[in-house]
Write a protein that binds this ligand. Structure first.
Ligand code: C5P
Length: 232
């Protein structure tokens, strides 16, 4: 898959999500469905959005014992999504089980990427609550390497980390990066941000963009601005 812009469809119900996607009459955006929309609208919303011709990143961040994750991934694979994810903190055994569960009888499967340390976790919380005392950058890179060794396709990371992840894990290891803002836009609660053009420059494979598109006066124009900066 080439570089693409993924819109974070962070809506609380199916009606809002579908009304938002109705605006896109030309190029069909790659869509991220997260916990809020999935828990509110269920697997049906995934099928509906897929049937409209969108690619889907199902962002449910699984983390449980290997057998449970394997079975859950099997169900998600049947939904015919394009990318799924899990927490690398579930360890190698869980990641390998997830890959097994995702792989269909014909050998195909959705891409599987890992969340490393959440960007909401800082050094202090990691040391105090998780008893992990290494520098957080080193922890993120270690999780990326562990995910790569388990056979995963990439990680979710800050665009600021994408270059380093590629040097460590290879150019083919996907970096999917939220925290993207237009140069003249609001940052909101994102602290370390990059523009789509900077994310392209540093080597992100996919940018995940939510509010700069969903809250724009003209979402299609904002989406196309991302596409023009990032993909071309
Ligand atoms: O609206 P905004 O562009 O900030 O949306 C970014 C999306 O990426 C949200 O769905 C958010 O949950 C997700 N995300 C993030 N940072 C991470 C992981 C996921 O912003 N580290």
């Amino acid at each position: 898959m080439g570089k693409d812009v993924i819109i974070a469809c962070d809506f609380s119900n199916a009606e809002q999500a579908l009304a938002f996607l109705d605006k896109f009459t030309g190029r069909k955006p790659f869509v991220k469905i997260g916990m809020e929309l999935f828990y509110s609208a269920g697997p049906e919303i995934v099928k509906q959005i897929k049937a409209r011709g969108h690619k889907i990143f199902l962002d449910l961040k699984l983390h449980d014992i290997p057998n449970t994750v394997k079975k859950a991934m099997h169900v998600l694979s049947d939904l015919d999504v394009d990318i799924c994810n899990l927490h690398a903190a579930g360890t190698t055994a869980m990641m390998e089980a997830a890959l097994e569960g995702l792989t269909r009888a014909d050998g195909t499967r959705p891409l599987l990427i890992a969340v490393t340390q959440l960007t909401s976790t800082d050094q202090q919380a990691m040391e105090r609550d998780l008893l992990i005392e290494k520098p957080i950058d080193q922890v993120v890179m270690h999780y990326a390497q562990t995910a790569k060794n388990a056979g995963l396709d990439g990680i979710v990371c800050s665009p600021l980390e994408a270059g380093k992840v590629h040097s460590l894990c290879g150019a083919d290891f996907l970096t999917v990066t939220p925290g993207v803002r237009f140069a003249d836009g609001e940052k909101g609660d994102q602290k370390r941000v990059m523009t789509p053009a900077q994310a392209k420059e540093i080597g992100s494979d996919y940018i995940v963009v939510g509010r700069p598109i969903t809250a724009a006066a003209d979402p299609v124009e904002a989406y196309m601005r991302c596409v023009n900066e990032f993909c071309d």
